[in-house]
Design a protein around this ligand. Structure first.
Ligand SMILES: O=C(O)CCC(=O)C(=O)O
Ligand SMILES: [Fe+2]
Length: 290
């Protein structure tokens, strides 16, 4: 995969994106562009409404009642996470088949939860899928599913508290996670598609995703594993693009490129609605999951 000279495009609206790129998702797959942002895809008022809803439903701590001495988790997830359930901290067993079953069961519960969680609000998951569909050329965007029709969780809310950071990493179900027992491992490329729900503004600043002009390779992996990636990036003058977003903005990047998010500071949790996206040039389906 080669980068062209034009490492750019974080554009405000669909028209501008398409005037630059006739097939924006292919441009992302080729890592010719850093990412795409569709500003104001979901309304900021609805974002605040969602945060209140999570507290009302007991899914998040009430920020008004938080006891500073009480240590909260550094991240709360609302939804199902494939990697966490199939391989990571929420795996139920050493047996991949059992983990697969547990993930698909949890995903069914997420579909059930999301069927009423947004009552009276705009459905942000629908908004995210609409954004993706509007960018897809001749491909159909759908919730990821196994050959027997069972659905993956459609998206996840990730609520990040003080101290939470993402060190430089990639997300790719085949290359990184080696989850070959799942149909999503068939896709060549993996993207991350998100809606910013709340920024953790602290002293006027908030952390945002930073995408490096660097696709995964075994050499890069060695630096990621050894903790020497920052030196490697500096030595090789790897360009970076910060995707600065406001509540309601949809953003999309190639998660096979090294990316990171700096640590949250202060009491306002950085909250996103997040998905992963499977994309192949020669596949007319685009699968979305979390
Ligand atoms: O929160 C973001 O903007 C990106 C987070 C991320 O890289 C991930 O969840 O893998
Ligand atoms: Fe990531």
């Amino acid at each position: 995969m080669a980068f062209s000279e034009s490492w750019s495009v974080l554009e405000p609206d669909l028209e501008t994106v398409f005037s630059h790129e006739s097939d924006p998702l292919q441009a992302l797959a080729d890592a010719r562009i850093a990412g795409i942002a569709l500003r104001g895809a979901y309304s900021p008022e609805q974002c605040s409404g969602l945060m209140r809803r999570f507290v009302e439903r007991g899914l998040l701590h009430d920020p008004e009642r938080l006891n500073p001495a009480e240590k909260v988790q550094s991240r709360i997830d609302i939804g199902s996470s494939l990697v966490n359930r199939a391989r990571g901290g929420l795996a139920v067993s050493d047996d991949p088949a059992e983990n697969r079953e547990a993930f698909l069961e949890h995903s069914a519960e997420t579909h059930q939860l999301f069927s009423h969680l947004f009552d009276g609000l705009d459905n942000p998951v629908d908004t995210l899928y609409d954004c993706l569909s509007s960018l897809a050329v001749d491909k159909e965007v759908k919730v990821a599913r196994e050959p027997d029709g069972r659905l993956y969780g459609p998206a996840i809310f990730r609520v990040h508290y003080e101290g939470h950071a993402y060190a430089p990493h990639i997300n790719h179900v085949a290359i990184d996670d080696k989850l070959f027992q799942f149909d999503v491992s068939r896709f060549t490329h993996q993207f991350a598609g998100l809606i910013c729900i709340q920024n953790s503004v602290y002293e006027g600043d908030s952390p945002h995703a930073v995408i490096d002009r660097c696709v995964w390779s075994p050499e890069v992996q060695e630096h990621l594993s050894n903790g020497t990636y920052h030196e490697y990036a500096a030595q090789n003058k790897i360009e970076q693009q910060q995707i600065e977003v406001q509540p309601g903005d949809f953003y999309l990047f190639n998660s096979g490129c090294i990316h990171q998010v700096a640590a949250v500071e202060g009491d306002i949790p950085r909250t996103v609605l997040a998905t992963f996206i499977g994309y192949s040039e020669d596949d007319d389906e685009i699968f979305v999951w979390a």
